[in-house]
Design a protein around this ligand. Structure first.
Ligand SMILES: [Zn+2]
Length: 368
């Protein structure tokens, strides 16, 4: 018997998320948590001014070399807007773009537009495609949910390395509570779980990893403590609104929107619009749109309309699927078989998540 799907009365989240729960009024735990937390990220104009002042003072006090901070840019809204803020605040960042072989032309053009106007220095990190392909193939074959953790892991690892090489102490990140909160933990895995990546690759990979940028849990703690590297989140101090940010970027840079969240990459689009819904029964739009409802950017009605739109047009799916399978060297039959295989949890493979939890609690206890 198929279980009935229960949906929150205030957002789009529903019981396809195994960890969701509802109060007696039918409101989900994500809405309730956001109701408590969002006000902490809302400031008066005066407070915003003071927040920015403190942030800039911190960045300037920690400047050691040519650059005062590092910004990773994907061409998407959040990271582009961080670059915009750095320009407005007259910072001198080193901008890093990570090329994993899947960038859409639009992402590249967005980055170029921003760099043209800001004049910021750009360093593009191009990953070894054969190795990265082998990793993505391994994760797809392993039937784990968070295939994108590979890119996120490599981005974090290369940012740490670049920061160290250029003697930069501050990394400005696009992470923000307002538009990113409420992502179910069953949909993602810890980005720094190198052990998980290595084990899955050992089981399913075809070639050794030689250059893939990695960072284990110990190393990430050491970087933070010994190199005194700070991850700063400017979007968390300015009443960030995604739709307003997009307007600013369009107006001031000729930046263009690329459709769904994180569709600046061909693979991310295919992953979010095909692999996740088809194999894992996950539609990430539910979480993204729900965050925008709670951040008072769109109404529940508008979100429902957006969700009702198809993830792919039949034509796009046929074309893009063919392109992606070819690039990843999967035959259609082989890929179909993987899509039919039961999903597996990341911790059915080796993991260092317990170590991370231990270190985090130590960090909290001793405040280092
Ligand atoms: Zn809700």
């Amino acid at each position: 018997m198929k279980r009935e799907v229960v949906t929150c009365v205030k957002c789009l989240m529903d019981s396809t998320d195994p960890d969701i729960h509802f109060n007696s009024g039918g409101i989900c735990n994500y809405c309730l948590e956001a109701e408590e937390t969002l006000p902490k990220y809302r400031y008066t104009d005066e407070q915003i001014g003071a927040n920015i002042g403190r942030l800039l003072q911190h960045i300037k006090a920690n400047r050691k070399g040519k650059y005062d901070c590092l910004i990773g840019i994907s061409g998407g809204v959040d990271s582009s807007y961080v670059a915009h803020l750095a320009y407005k605040w007259k910072l001198t960042p080193l901008v890093v773009h990570f090329d994993n072989g899947w960038n859409s032309e639009l992402a590249v053009s967005n980055i170029n537009k921003i760099l043209d106007k800001t004049g910021f220095d750009l360093q593009t990190y191009v990953i070894d495609w054969e190795e990265f392909k082998d990793l993505q193939r391994s994760f797809i074959k392993a039937s784990v949910v968070d295939i994108e953790m590979l890119t996120d892991h490599a981005i974090v690892a290369s940012m740490y390395r670049l920061a160290k090489e250029n003697n930069i102490k501050c990394i400005l990140s696009g992470t923000n509570y307002a538009t990113e909160h409420g992502l179910p933990s069953a949909w993602v895995w810890q980005k720094v779980d190198l052990k998980n990546i290595q084990h899955i690759h050992k089981l399913f990979g075809r070639q050794p990893l030689k250059t893939f940028p990695t960072i284990g849990i110990y190393k990430s703690f050491l970087y933070k403590i010994l190199h005194k590297l700070d991850f700063l989140e400017p979007l968390n101090i300015i009443n960030y609104k995604k739709l307003e940010a997009m307007e600013v970027l369009e107006k001031e840079y000729g930046w263009r929107y690329y459709g769904g969240k994180h569709y600046e990459s061909w693979f991310t689009k295919f992953y979010q619009a095909y692999i996740l819904p088809q194999k894992f029964n996950i539609d990430k739009r539910k979480s993204h749109l729900s965050a925008l409802i709670r951040n008072e950017e769109i109404t529940l009605e508008q979100a429902r309309e957006e969700l009702a739109k198809p993830l792919y047009t039949v034509e796009d799916l046929t074309q893009e699927k063919e392109f992606i399978l070819k690039k990843l060297e999967f035959t259609p039959e082989e890929f179909e078989e993987i899509m039919q295989a039961a999903p597996k949890r990341h911790d059915e493979y080796e993991t260092s998540i317990h170590l991370r939890k231990k270190l985090s609690s130590l960090k909290e206890k001793f405040n280092f």
